[in-house]
Design a protein around this ligand. Structure first.
Ligand code: SF4
Length: 343
């Protein structure tokens, strides 16, 4: 007997798939019930699908292994706009989980309508995450995305009111699960039983990282309209606030290359001369281009570059705006001073 009531087109859902353990299980459960699944992965500017620790870790491979079609949507400027002032606030870092999930749900609703799906599926587990997976938050997210009654959470459904899909008989409630809480033990066991290569359970949103959150807060405080380039810059190097500008200093060859690639018109690049050392990008936060001849900020930035170079004492630092070059002699900044500028 099929677990799904048949209809002409069959039962179809849109599933938010992050590639993590819970959403993978949710999709697998739907597939095993005979539901056609269209997977949707939503990438925020703070979650790198390929970084190995992001929420979307190996999502494409997971979708392929599950045999489901995957659509990926990248959120950009609209996400940064929301991040400045999320209606439901931040979690322990700068993670606006309720607003963020509402954005993802909205995209799921649009896709659901587009592909004539019957409902939306997520891998959410009641009370697993403090901010976004308690009953109140889940209801808010549904309401904010106009998906009330249309979101099935197969892993925790037994703890929730029946959804429309269950009430219409599209899904048998007795096939759904009643997992709750932070432990992943049940999910790991279930994955093993279902023959799934249990994916990494860890969420990896950068916004929940305390140090990264400080950088985000600093950016939002100093830059009225941050760009995606500004966000990418947050992900590399050591960061220092020098009044109306920020200095980003590479920590290794890859970061130096990334910093060079992110340089844009108006930025200054600093590098020690004749000794090994980092690349450092000086970017204005107030729209005023940093001036190479600035007698305060540029020598200060150069002293930080000198500090991180292999020079034993003073060194020459090259400053470039992409066209013009200038050299200044610099002393390494003292460590206690350095810390006062660190973001
Ligand atoms: S941790 Fe929160 S803010 Fe980050 S992606 Fe997940 S829901 Fe969004």
């Amino acid at each position: 007997m099929s677990d799904v009531k048949s209809s002409e087109k069959g039962v179809r859902c849109v599933a938010l798939l992050s590639g993590g353990l819970d959403s993978t299980l949710a999709v697998k459960l739907m597939k095993d019930m005979g539901v056609e699944v269209k997977a949707l992965a939503v990438k925020t500017p703070f979650c790198d699908f390929d970084c190995g620790k992001g929420c979307g870790f190996r999502v494409k491979e997971v979708a392929d292994a599950l045999g489901v079609e995957l659509r990926t949507v990248h959120l950009g400027e609209e996400y940064i706009e929301m991040l400045k002032n999320p209606k439901y606030g931040y979690g322990s870092g700068m993670n606006p989980c309720i607003d963020c999930r509402a954005m993802m749900y909205r995209l799921a609703r649009e896709y659901m309508e587009e592909c004539d799906a019957d409902f939306v599926v997520t891998g959410e587990v009641l009370d697993q995450r403090p901010m976004s997976q308690n009953m109140r938050a889940l209801r808010i997210i549904e309401r904010e995305s106009s998906l009330e009654g249309k979101v099935l959470r197969p892993l925790s459904a037994r703890h929730m009111k029946p959804t429309e899909a269950e009430m219409k008989g599209l899904i048998r409630r007795d096939m759904l699960l009643g997992i709750r809480g932070r432990s992943r033990r049940v999910q790991v066991e279930l994955a093993r039983k279902l023959g799934l290569d249990a994916p990494n359970a860890a969420g990896g949103c950068l916004l929940t990282d305390k140090q990264f959150a400080r950088r985000v807060r600093d950016l939002l405080e100093h830059v009225p309209k941050p760009t995606l380039n500004d966000i990418e810059l947050l992900k590399v190097g050591r960061h220092f606030r020098l009044g109306g500008a920020k200095l980003v200093v590479g920590r290794n060859k890859d970061e130096n290359e990334m910093i060079q690639a992110l340089m844009q018109d108006g930025d200054l690049m600093l590098e020690a001369k004749d000794v090994k050392g980092p690349k450092a990008l000086l970017r204005s936060s107030n729209g005023k281009k940093p001036d190479m001849d600035d007698a305060g900020m540029v020598p200060l930035a150069a002293s930080i570059v000198c500090r991180y170079s292999d020079a034993d004492g003073p060194c020459m630092v090259i400053i470039s705006d992409g066209i013009n070059l200038k050299e200044i002699k610099s002393e390494p900044i003292a460590d206690n001073m350095l810390e006062s500028y660190r973001i």
